[in-house]
Design a protein around this ligand. Structure first.
Ligand code: MLT
Length: 334
């Protein structure tokens, strides 16, 4: 009897431990808008591998590529409401929910992978995370670096903004990107990413812009012939988790998630540097795309598009936010 009494608390705590371990074990669903094979998938698979390793297999991640779980903007909502564990989306698809991140999509602010790294991994990146938690209920855990967005189309080589005349270009549902095309003299067609390939295939639109790695992953070379080697926006693709879900994790697990995100981000940066040039070559040599250099080192594109900056000072939180980004990049204030 005495023996039984003594064993009872130990037995209870063993059961409790077993229960809490199994409550912790989970398989998280991660959405990506892009098909498998691009930078989103690379970041996602790296994060999945790291979190599984850091939690001794308690957390596994299943990736659902190609917008299977909804459009990128839908997945931001779903993660925020706790209906989806993780999603990787282009930054332009977070801006409608948290307009201050728009500073990262203002045309010609970020001009290289190094610029992108400086803005996402320093103080400005931390501010973006705080702002998306506050405005959109999602936490940025990591970043995929996908490269400059290049204009593609199925009709003709485009070297100047005037060459856009007569082309119907798809843009994300993002006010800044719509305004950039308007500054170049055309009215673009805002469409969800999940609808873009079909719209290009059916000729509803003639062109779109996205990085080389994305053009390849999405097989856009099957429906697009020409690429302009422009760099008006650098494609950043955050990995997000609903803040409610993050806060429900114990501190150790939160740290594992943050560490996995950080390490996966480093991996994404290296992946871009290692693969982008080869993918560009492949688009030309294997898939027959033609590449056109923007005329005059992109001068007209830059002059016209940067005129829209002041229209977005309010939404990004004031001109000082842009100046802070430019200063971090070693450039003059706007
Ligand atoms: C878009 O064009 O909507 C996005 O950049 C696509 C993506 O997530 O790769």
């Amino acid at each position: 009897m005495k023996m039984k009494k003594m064993m009872l608390p130990a037995a209870i705590s063993a059961v409790t431990l077993a229960l809490s371990a199994s409550a912790m074990a989970a398989t998280w669903k991660m959405a990506t808008g892009d098909a498998a094979g691009g930078t989103q998938y690379e970041l996602g698979t790296k994060f999945a591998e790291l979190i599984e390793e850091k939690t001794d297999g308690d957390i596994k991640v299943n990736i659902f590529p190609n917008s299977q779980l909804g459009s990128e903007q839908d997945t931001v909502n779903n993660a925020s409401m706790g209906m989806l564990d993780l999603s990787i989306v282009a930054i332009n698809n977070i801006t409608p929910f948290s307009p201050t991140v728009g500073v990262l999509t203002l045309p010609y602010v970020i001009q290289s992978a190094e610029d992108a790294k400086k803005l996402t991994q320093g103080e400005i990146g931390d501010q973006m995370t705080e702002n998306t938690i506050r405005d959109a209920g999602v936490r940025i855990l990591g970043w995929a670096y996908s490269g400059c967005r290049r204009l593609t189309n199925s009709v003709k080589p485009v070297a100047t903004p005037e060459d856009l005349d007569g082309l119907v270009i798809r843009v994300p549902k993002n006010e800044i990107m719509i305004a950039a095309y308007q500054a170049w003299g055309v009215n673009p067609n805002p469409l969800a990413w999940s609808e873009t390939f079909t719209a290009l295939q059916q000729g509803v639109v003639d062109g779109q812009d996205n990085p080389y790695i994305t053009i390849d992953a999405m097989k856009f070379y099957e429906v697009q012939d020409h690429v302009t080697d422009s760099c008006y926006v650098f494609s950043l693709e955050p990995l997000i988790m609903g803040e409610g879900q993050f806060q429900s994790l114990d501190p150790e697990m939160q740290q594992a998630v943050l560490d996995a995100g950080k390490e996966a981000t480093e991996h994404s940066f290296e992946y871009l540097l290692e693969t982008e040039a080869d993918i560009k070559d492949k688009l030309v040599n294997e898939h027959g795309m033609t590449i056109t250099e923007p005329a005059n080192d992109e001068k007209e594109w830059i002059e016209q598009a940067t005129q829209i900056w002041p229209d977005f000072y309010d939404s990004i939180g004031g001109k000082e936010k842009l100046d802070q980004a430019l200063e971090a990049l070693g450039r003059e204030p706007a």
